[in-house]
Design a binder for this molecule. Structure first.
Ligand SMILES: Nc1ncnc2c1ncn2[C@@H]1O[C@H](COP(=O)(O)OP(=O)(O)OP(=O)(O)O)[C@@H](O)[C@H]1O
Length: 282
């Protein structure tokens, strides 16, 4: 699997001879969304769900998407994951048209694990699809489980795990195979508050340590500020970009959540994003 440095290295084109900073060097975004619209259905029944919308998501960014219900957040995720194709405009991941299961690891609101398989087998299957040789899979499974705080659980049945643990397995599965893009559609919405907070911490740590590019949909403004490096608020459907702000909070990989929430920047960011969501919903 690629190391974190491998993942981010691909984002920037080679520097010209002599190295150093070059203002003319182009940085290829991990995800490029260009003038995209998306319609479901045809004729009189057609629903325009999104756009026109343009976004560049640089490698390593943790982009949180917020916005009113029906603004097209899930649609945008589905386009990025390759489950849908844009009605107009273009979505690319590292310059290519995304295909389902190929470029992005996906985490849904429900873990969607195979109940008849063990935790390890669920992850191993994703490794198999990613072309990881059979002999190498057990070590990768352990490494992935360790990364989400579930070391030593590979032999357990998924139904023996709590909802929060199952969602961590789903995250480990999405990370399997070294994908450098993770898309997550309200993955913690169905969990109790305490489990949700724990998983937010895990995900923040995992993303800081791996540098994986993430696109995360949530209805929680606090979750958005806690997790994101950038927040995009969509307008009421069909969604366009109503607000696009960086979230310049520290990411050391082991941040104290209370400390982060207590930083002077935290509350104003929360207020700005919350106000934009409320405006969009009006
Ligand atoms: N498969 C579909 N067929 C027809 N219309 C759809 C389909 N999926 C979504 N839509 C419509 O597209 C619009 C955007 O839906 P989408 O699920 O992307 O929004 P969302 O912002 O994720 O909403 P929520 O926050 O409620 O999950 C809505 O009007 C929805 O009814």
């Amino acid at each position: 699997m690629p190391s974190p440095s491998d993942r981010t290295a691909g984002a920037t084109e080679d520097a010209p001879d002599g190295g150093g900073e070059d203002a003319t060097a182009t940085v290829t975004p991990a995800v490029a969304v260009r003038e995209v619209t998306h319609r479901y259905g045809r004729g009189a029944d057609a629903v325009t769900a999104l756009g026109p919308l343009s976004l560049d998501i640089p490698a390593g960014e943790f982009l949180v998407l917020v916005g009113p219900s029906g603004s097209g957040k899930s649609t945008l995720l589905r386009l990025i994951a390759g489950f849908e194709q844009a009605s107009s405009g273009e979505v690319t991941v590292h310059g290519r048209t995304p295909e389902p299961g190929r470029q992005a690891g996906v985490v849904f609101q429900q873990p969607r694990l195979f109940p008849w398989r063990t935790v390890g087998e669920n992850i191993s299957l994703a490794l198999r699809y990613a072309g990881v040789p059979r002999a190498e899979r057990p070590a990768h499974v352990e490494e992935l489980l360790e990364r989400v705080g579930l070391a030593g659980t590979a032999g357990r049945r998924t139904w023996q795990m709590s909802g929060g643990q199952q969602q961590r397995v789903a995250i480990a599965r999405a990370l399997a195979g070294g994908k450098d893009l993770l898309v997550l559609d309200e993955p913690f919405a169905a969990l109790d508050a305490l489990t949700r907070e724990r998983l937010q911490e895990y995900l923040r740590t995992v993303s800081s340590l791996t540098g994986i590019t993430s696109v995360f949909v949530t209805h929680s403004v606090d979750e958005a500020v806690f997790l994101g490096t950038r927040a995009v608020v969509l307008s009421a459907g069909p969604g366009t970009v109503a607000l696009d702000v960086p979230i310049p909070l520290p990411r050391t990989g082991s941040d104290d959540p209370d400390g982060l929430r207590g930083l002077p920047e935290y509350a104003p960011l929360r207020a700005e994003i919350g106000a934009a969501v409320r405006d969009a919903a009006r």
